[in-house]
Ligand binder design. Structure first.
Ligand code: GLC
Length: 440
């Protein structure tokens, strides 16, 4: 049995302080004041869970401000640029999203990010702080439920392809939230270069070169952006023309879990709504569940991202390979194989869960999504193992996460040997998840 290990009271107070300092206009939270000065889609989901623990109303405002950026077609963009910030690129002038795609005149990016927001809505609705404060907020939740359903509609109608329409496509590495995952290496080599003369990176300096994505990755990220901008982000022929089209495990796993959670939320919000929407959610749950099975690699004993063009599965095994557990899409046998893999990785690293297979030749302990441990994926993986009855693994991931934060504070990511905290400090989702997951 793994000992229960929680973050100290002082550190929890520090976590509240970080969210408060990273809060803007008392309605949204930047991931990091220095490195990411806007509102990010999946960051805000994790961050809202943290707010729910000490300022319940603020959690709802976090979600509401994300939806200010929602497009008329239902898409929730990966960044909402509420206020212009000169220290970040690419900004609104690089994306140039036309105003007519949105209801409100706020600038946004032109792609999405892993859809955690429906699950977050359900978790906030059922959070103990809501019940104790006898909130009268069903109308607010109903509005957010409808917006989230429109987001699901967009995924299933605009981002799936026939004949099965069962897996959603990601068109950019930023859509997976795992920007420079080695899964994308070969695909990015085939992205034609666009004119980059107007673009300058603002995320690198002499101190963090070994921790950020390489220049060649950034060239491909921006070439995709400029190509999509030319074609039109919401044009029907964008998907067939896109040079990067993948079946992404993060995106599909989070969408599936969100469909399950939204179904439960509809039942809590109203019995009429529940009767109307049940079949809608069930159909989505069936489709994505069977779609994810196509991404199982028997020889790896793990799920892998897939190239939608060639249908090839993309090596190596990454931390996203565990997320179908969180989605409830894995069989018992698959869960067992994943538990085995988890144990092998931890044996090699000392701490859980590295971003990629630590024995892969692509592994880099400090470079972003190519090796380090991240708090948000740790939480999702622990939830998945818990759901499948692997309580010891879930407790071990939690204990490792708490210890890393005790050692290094609220860093953006941590080396899997437990020796360094890297990236931005005072990072919002690390602080938020400590409050939500690592207290007591
Ligand atoms: C980076 C991460 C992404 C995150 C964003 C803001 O782009 O890869 O997952 O959402 O920063 O924190």
């Amino acid at each position: 049995m793994v000992e229960q290990f929680s973050v100290s009271k002082d550190l929890l107070a520090k976590a509240q302080q970080i969210l408060t300092e990273n809060s803007r206009a008392d309605s949204y939270t930047v991931p990091s004041g220095r490195l990411y000065p806007y509102q990010w889609n999946w960051d805000s989901g994790f961050i809202a869970l943290g707010w729910a623990c000490f300022d319940y109303q603020r959690a709802l405002r976090e979600v509401e401000s994300l939806f200010i950026g929602q497009w008329k077609n239902g898409m929730v963009p990966h960044i909402v640029f509420h206020e212009f910030e000169e220290h970040y690129a690419p900004g609104p002038l690089d994306w140039q999203v036309p105003d007519h795609v949105k209801d409100q005149q706020v600038c946004t990016s032109g792609i999405t990010q892993p859809p955690i927001i429906g699950s977050v809505l359900y978790r906030i609705y059922t959070h103990k702080n809501r019940k104790t404060q006898a909130q009268n907020d069903d109308v607010q939740f109903m509005a957010l439920y409808k917006k989230t359903k429109a987001y699901h509609d967009w995924f299933m109608s605009k981002r799936t392809i026939g004949p099965d329409h069962d897996l959603c496509l990601s068109l950019h590495p930023w859509e997976s939230g795992m920007d420079n995952s080695p899964s994308w290496d070969d695909l990015l080599k085939n992205v034609p270069d666009e004119d980059m003369s107007g673009f300058r990176r603002k995320d690198v300096n002499d101190d963090n070169l070994a921790e950020r994505p390489h220049d060649h990755d950034y060239r491909a990220y921006m070439s995709l952006v400029y190509h999509y901008r030319r074609v039109g982000y919401d044009q029907p022929d964008l998907m067939p023309q896109a040079h990067f089209r993948v079946y992404d495990l993060v995106l599909n796993s989070l969408l599936l879990r969100s469909a399950r959670d939204m179904k439960k939320l509809s039942a809590l919000l109203s019995s009429d709504l529940c009767a109307e929407d049940e079949a809608y959610w069930d159909a989505q749950i069936d489709k994505i569940s069977s779609g994810l099975q196509k991404l199982w690699s028997e020889s790896d004993g793990a799920f892998l991202n897939g190239d939608a063009k060639t249908k090839a599965l993309l090596e190596p095994v990454t931390n996203a390979s565990f997320l179908p557990l969180y989605a409830g899409a894995a069989s018992k046998e698959q869960a067992q194989a994943l538990a085995q893999k988890y144990k092998e990785w931890r044996e090699v690293c000392g701490f859980s869960v590295a971003t990629i297979d630590p024995l892969s030749d692509k592994f880099e302990a400090t470079r972003y999504w190519r090796g380090p441990i991240w708090m948000n994926t740790n939480w999702l993986i622990a939830e998945g193992f818990k759901d499948y009855g692997y309580d010891d693994i879930a407790a071990e991931i939690r204990a490792d996460s708490a210890e890393l934060i005790e050692r290094f504070g609220y860093c953006e990511y941590f080396t899997p040997d437990g020796v360094r905290g890297c990236g931005a400090d005072q990072f919002s989702w690390s602080a938020a998840l400590a409050l939500y997951w690592l207290a007591e």
